[in-house]
Design a protein around this ligand. Sequence first.
Ligand code: FES
Length: 154
Amino acid sequence: MLTEEEKKEIEVEFLRYEQKRAVSVEALKIVQRYRGWVSDDTLIEVAEFLEMTPAELDAVATFYNLIFRKPVGKHVILVCDSVSCWIMGYERIRQHLQDRLGIALGETSADGVFTLLPIVCLGACDQAPAMMIDDELYGNLDPAKIDEILSTYR
Ligand code: FES
């Protein structure tokens, strides 16, 4: 069941549009903020609240790559693999993150703290190579800087 808080936040979004389905992405982001990810059951409940079919909402969730349809760790690391970051050393950054966390892209660390995912351009090409952890952007990365950043999470 959607909580009262989740419903209230989604209803605030309804005020901005004529159709409930127009807030699909916002509604998914709201429930994900509370639950960490969007399970099948959650997706069905949100779809009902938005007067959509689960299949229609799932298509939105699948298209939008910041909606997680599988459980993720406490923190999600999005490492940019687009052209500027690739030129500026993406491979080295990705490898260091994987070695440091003991996981491959798409996986969650054994302690459940980090999930590592690739993402297209974060809009920080002037700071390439870049990554985002939750809502925080980090640029001009090198292995030492990554170690320093990761040590502030846990
Ligand atoms: S290419 Fe990585 S931030 Fe733009």
